[in-house]
Design a binder for this molecule. Sequence first.
Ligand code: COS
Length: 644
Amino acid sequence: MLYKTTEAHEALRKKVREFAETVIAPVAFELDQENKYPEDIVAQMADLGIMGIPYDKEYGGAGEDIISYAIAVEELSRVDGGIGVILSAHTSLGTYPIAHYGTEEQKQKYLTPLAKGEKVGAFGLTETNAGSDAGETETTAVLEGDHYILNGQKIFITNAPAAETYVVFAVTTPDIGTHGISAFIVEKDFEGFTFSDHYDKLGIRSSTTAELHFNNVKVPKENLLGKEGKGFNIAMSTLDGGRIGIAAQALGIAQGAYEHALAYSKERIQFGQPLAANQGISFKLADMYTKIDAARLLVYRAAEMKASGERYSLEAAEAKMFASDMALEVVNDALQIYGGSGYMKGMEVERAYRDAKITTIYEGTNEIQRIVIAANTIGKAAKASGGGGGKKKAGKGPITGIRKKEIFDSDDQAENVKNLIAALEKDGYDFSVGIDLDTPIIDAERVVSMGKGFNGNLELAKDLARAFGAAIGSSRPVAETDKILPINRYVGMSGQKFRGNLYVAAGISGAGQHLKGIKDAATIVAINNAPNAMIFKNCDYGIVGDIEEVAPLIIEALGTEDKDPAPEMVKMKRQKPRKTAPKDDIYVCQGCGYEYNPEKGDEENEIEEGTPFDKLPEEYICPKCGEEKDNFIKVSFPEDRTFK
Ligand code: COS
């Protein structure tokens, strides 16, 4: 049984430690405070030869083992947890799937620059509705000729937007669950591939994390990674390795915090002696040391098993869970030993305290690790299933609930604006009245929110809000990053919630957290130039177009002056999709005879009354036997037929 590293391992540790202490430590506080990805340091990591440690020399790697890679992540994280995860996400998530599943051509083209560190890699799996339940991926890839066309969004992607090469997971065959997911290599420069601003996080702030937006992105057929339908397995096996990286990151963060606390406990004199002479403190330090040592053994064991080609899912999950839980305990104790001084910004233990938390969450929460450990030791738990044995997709759908989704899409934008205004007026909106632009979002009956689509043109956004008689709001980046509007105008899950009637999302693509902040709106209007933007799946009315073209037309049509003060808000009823189904068509399930009546909808599947059969979600299954939508047949009945 392995319990000691080799001389080569320790030589590597020394090299990376020296780099971390001389290059990273002096700027770690600044990177943390400024939420800044250190491009220059990543370039120096490439020069140091640590961006492709476990990959073959033939493809630009260092040809070393997985323990060496874990040591590198550990040593970087000992000084800066953010830089530790840059290396981990690049190596285990962005590069591994290409090294392991790539064709020779893909390896030559993509693996070599990644392993040399000329390019940075990332991994696009997580989505709003597919976090722990990664099988619920909604991003689609449709084969058209020589290309797959990608549409959808990924969230919380480490190394985005800095990375140049992304392994992205998308559905190629809908409705068959995990077997319908495929993996693709996507280059940063592919047309239609864009990013959100990078998030403002609690910790690991020197690493960048952003959303990936795919709008009809053409991915060459030869960039399919592995076989079609094998994406989920690729994702899972990649995450096994990723978990060793995160375990090593947690280990390093804990090691750094422990060493700082140890040094401080020897320096700080209280009651006439160093803190360490106090048995309460020395016991704490002894526990910290032992826990770190135990975690290290688990991490290196999983790494050695991976390197020797054994199955290591269980051991990687154990290492990730134990090391990250341990890290949280150790950083807490380290800060406690520092007392009030540890609570101050700029103290390493304060940063470690914030950096450690994410390690229990990403690359599989520790609850997921326990599922993996239990499945490997106790046996797999039975899955919840629909009547026919298929997976029931309860509660899935747009974040803002069922919406009308009427998109005005004629070539004539003036015509679209006219139709939008007519539809809103028909719903009861009176645009001769208005509220103040700075009415608190929570009290506002109407809000027009400004997104990045305005390119910073605040006056145009304000005029659009005046035209609608609305208060002004914004997306998060407009307030937080660009600081164009105060932070209290930002609408979203972590910002202000909109509970009024009319919400106009202008130039906003509709990130999940934004949509969660507007789900109580009676009416949502979307104006955006990307037809596949999430906001259109979550709106009642929409216009696809450039906000700088559409907004002036609305302003002209509604005017900005002479609005009477709006009366007190009366909350309007949520809009319902129009009942367009003809009365006499019903659809019968061939599996069990269940009848879907569009007039009645389907309560069990949360399908509203009046939903035509062809508007049922792709994943709709028979509520009685689980048969898929394709196995329903249309039956016409006389006018006077009554239903049970
Ligand atoms: N390596 C390779 N394949 C694996 C695997 C692994 N470690 N684990 C599962 N699979 C395969 C299974 O063999 C199965 O394949 P077949 O259907 O071809 O037989 C398929 O994947 C589905 O497996 P399973 O039924 O166990 O999957 P579940 O949907 O039950 O999911 C968990 C299992 C919960 C463990 C999985 O969804 C998971 O790890 N979720 C967390 C995802 C995550 O870490 N997200 C964060 C990403 S941050 S970068």
